[in-house]
Design a binder for this molecule. Structure first.
Ligand code: IPM
Ligand code: MG
Length: 358
């Protein structure tokens, strides 16, 4: 029996998470796995009920589960709260930190059916298969912050970018290991020409590389990486980078795969892993049955793979997504000429229909 905590969160999270849960239920029936789902409150709902976007009840639920499925957090109403209560920091960053999820995996693949949905040329993106390891519990996101008024009356704000060797090493190890099991290429992205934290990152990478002679390591500055991702993304196999660089580069990389609505993620490193789409809560389309549920459904596939080791079931979900796209069904974010427009629910159902029949 597997306990799964389900945190739909805000906005479209409430529409896409049920599609992923229904998919997991179906997989359970098909393969004979018993999944138990426990819904918890995070962000706006939690704030309304408990006065905090990440109440102890929700954290305890996650800690007593084997895996967590999260939709998205962020809403216009919550934006009005003071910074320490805003859900991005008080819920999302906090849950990552509390659960010790230092490694965020974001696989960027280009499905042949979606090549036309990308703004990039076919020959540039066809066959792209990149796995990004984003450090998730350090760097600018978690360093001390402050603000003060200067003598001349102007304001000064400080964010601190801190990394220690241990934090760098543990994410690098996961990335080196993944690279050895893939095409053996690791690109470490930093800004070592300017930042001290990046120089430590690079030194640590070079030292660790001695333990992984089978992996071909290269270093790339983040600005160059941003350019290379659109110029020649096929040069990449595994990318590893610090928190904020990873945040920015993965939004950019998602466009290779057609849309941010296609990019799943797994956050690993602690006792319980968390799975969430890389996109946000999209308040502008919330409640309209327009959101693409595929990133969340693919995150559920990652859960099967990384938390439960159910590779066959994970692959079945991924194939079901591929086939649904090959049959030309599209949510608005990936719509293309001559395709069939569908909403959130119908897209989820089409994926499940494929699973039922295979
Ligand atoms: C992501 C998101 C979050 C982040 C935001 C919502 C705080 O952009 O998961 O990539 O920056 O980590
Ligand atoms: Mg982001």
């Amino acid at each position: 029996m597997y306990q799964i905590a389900v945190l739909p969160g805000d906005g479209i999270g409430r529409e896409i998470v049920p599609e992923a849960v229904a998919t997991l239920k179906l997989i359970g029936e098909k393969f004979g796995y018993v999944f138990e789902f426990h819904t918890g409150l995070i962000s706006e709902d939690a704030y309304d009920k408990y006065g905090h976007p990440l109440p102890p009840e929700t954290l305890a639920l996650c800690q007593s589960s084997q895996a967590v499925l999260l939709g998205a957090v962020g809403s216009p109403r919550m934006d009005q709260l003071p910074p320490e209560l805003r859900p991005e920091r008080a819920a999302l960053l906090a849950i990552r930190k509390e659960l010790g999820l230092f490694a965020n995996l974001r696989p960027v693949t280009v499905d042949d059916s979606l090549i036309d949905a990308s703004t990039l040329k076919t020959e540039v993106i066809q066959g792209v298969d990149i796995l990004v390891f984003r450090e998730l519990t350090g760097g600018l996101y978690f360093g001390s912050k402050s603000r003060r008024t200067l003598p001349d009356g102007s304001e000064e704000a400080v964010d601190t970018l801190v990394y220690n060797t241990k934090e760098i090493e543990r994410i690098l190890r996961l990335a080196f290991e993944a690279a050895s099991q893939r095409r053996g290429k690791l690109t470490s992205v930093d800004k070592a020409n300017v930042l001290e934290s990046s120089r430590l990152w690079r030194e640590t990478t070079i030292k660790l590389a001695a333990e992984y002679p089978q992996v071909e390591l290269n270093h790339m500055y983040v600005d160059n990486c941003a350019m290379q991702l659109v110029r020649n993304p096929k040069q990449f196999d595994v990318i590893v980078t610090e928190n904020m660089f990873g945040d920015i580069l993965t939004d950019q990389a998602s466009v290779l795969g057609g849309s941010l609505g296609m990019l799943p993620s797994a956050s690993l490193g602690g006792n319980v892993a968390l799975y969430e789409p890389a996109h946000g809560s999209a308040p502008d389309i919330a409640g309209l049955n327009k959101a693409n549920p595929l990133a969340t459904i693919l995150s559920a596939a990652m859960m099967l793979r990384y938390s439960f080791n159910f590779e066959e079931a994970a692959k079945l979900i991924e194939t079901a997504v591929q086939m649904t796209l090959a049959n030309n069904y599209r949510t608005p974010d990936i719509m293309a000429p001559n395709c069939i427009p569908v909403g959130t629910k119908q897209m989820g159902q089409l994926v499940r229909d494929y699973i039922t029949n295979h």
